[in-house]
Design a protein around this ligand. Structure first.
Ligand SMILES: [Zn+2]
Ligand SMILES: [Zn+2]
Length: 371
């Protein structure tokens, strides 16, 4: 009885504190303004049932441990939101650094259409709690979508220092292209070094990129056999990923089998959605001449004109990297690539033969002029 009275007093004292803190709770951070008003009404009308203080008697440590587990296994941001909506206590404990630090990539997979200051703050808090995945995702969004190149690259570097393979690969692409800077800022050797670190961690795109760099002698001494070894590794990992994701599988991609495209990472999906939404606006504004990587699972866009490489046969598609070009060739472009320019120039009746392998990675026109 004494304990119950003490608990009620604590509740009264806590009510004021909690109202003040309401603006920073998890639900507020994850929802758009319209949703927030709707949710607030719903929680305001709910009346707690009498005698349900068993949960309140649980120590915070235990609740935090359960929330951390949930956070690491959540399959979407809504998993976290629905728990946070249950009560104020879960809502506040859900924002503790030890919970945010363990949030899974799927729990952080915010869609571009839901982007808001609150979503930005949520990712920042996760990143501040040393969640490498959050640092990587927010870094990609800042660098490619919000055009805050410095802070975006710094966040990716933070994740890369914690051996986040995706962040290492993303920085490699930035070095290869000199993204965010001038053409002279390209650093091929640094790109290869970062790519090799990501590949050592088993990152499939990095293995593929490194394989093609070695085969082409791009940023590294040419070694066809070693390059092929990396491509085999990329394919083996790709196969293993599909096998674990689905029961059936007729695949293996670089060597003739067809592999269904892997689900894009939440960061890439965000970039693609963001660019697709912005493409209309750019077209209306007359266009800035910046192109997107043609591989749909990538989502990167150019940070300056003519940054990306073009298909050397048709010139109609653009890629941020050799890995994107090779994958897009297998999945889509092999069937579409037509050397239209050559046909028109030659005006000859005989069509050019179909290329059997991905066309030699094409440097942008300006690059080729430089030799
Ligand atoms: Zn790409
Ligand atoms: Zn082509």
């Amino acid at each position: 009885m004494r304990r119950r009275r003490a608990h009620e007093e604590e509740e009264e004292g806590g009510a004021v504190r909690r109202t003040k803190r309401r603006r920073t709770n998890l639900v507020e951070m994850m929802l758009k303004p319209d949703d927030r008003r709707r949710k607030r009404r719903r929680t305001a009308t709910a009346t707690p049932a009498a005698g349900t203080d068993y949960f309140d008697a649980l120590p915070d440590d235990l609740v935090l441990s359960v929330l951390s587990k949930l956070s690491s296994s959540a399959s979407s941001p809504s998993d976290l939101i629905s728990v946070a909506l249950t009560c104020k206590r879960l809502n506040e404990l859900g924002l503790q650094p030890q919970v945010l630090a363990r949030a899974s990539a799927k729990a952080l997979a915010i869609r571009a259409k839901n982007w808001s200051e609150s979503a930005h703050r949520f990712l920042k808090r996760c990143s501040d709690a040393d969640n490498l995945e959050a640092s990587y995702i927010l870094g990609m969004i800042r660098f490619y979508c919000l055009e805050k190149r410095g802070s975006g690259a710094a966040l990716m570097a933070r994740a890369a220092m914690g051996s986040h393979a995706g962040a290492l690969y993303a920085l490699a692409i930035i070095q290869f292209n000199g993204s965010g800077g001038a053409k002279g800022d390209k650093d091929l050797r640094a790109g290869v070094a970062l790519c090799a670190r990501a590949a050592a961690l088993g990152h499939v795109d990095a293995l593929r990129e490194l394989g093609h760099c070695l085969q082409d002698g791009y940023g590294v001494r040419r070694n066809v056999a070693e390059g092929r070894r990396f491509l085999v590794q990329a394919n083996a990992r790709e196969l293993a990923a599909v096998l674990t994701a689905t029961a059936c599988c007729p695949l293996l991609s670089d060597f003739g089998w067809s592999v269904p495209p892997a689900e894009p990472h939440p960061a890439n999906r965000f970039l693609a959605e963001w660019s697709a939404a912005g493409a209309g606006r750019r077209a209306e504004a007359g266009g800035m001449g910046l192109r997107m990587c043609s591989h749909a699972g990538c989502g990167r866009s150019e940070t300056r004109r003519h940054e990306f490489r073009r298909c050397s046969v048709c010139g109609a598609v653009n890629y941020c990297s050799r890995a994107c070009q090779a994958l897009h060739w297998k999945l889509v472009h092999k069937a579409d690539c037509t050397p239209m320019d050559r046909w028109l120039l030659d005006a000859a009746p005989a069509p050019a033969p179909e290329p059997a392998a991905p066309p030699a990675p094409a440097a942008p026109a300006a690059d080729m002029a430089m030799g």
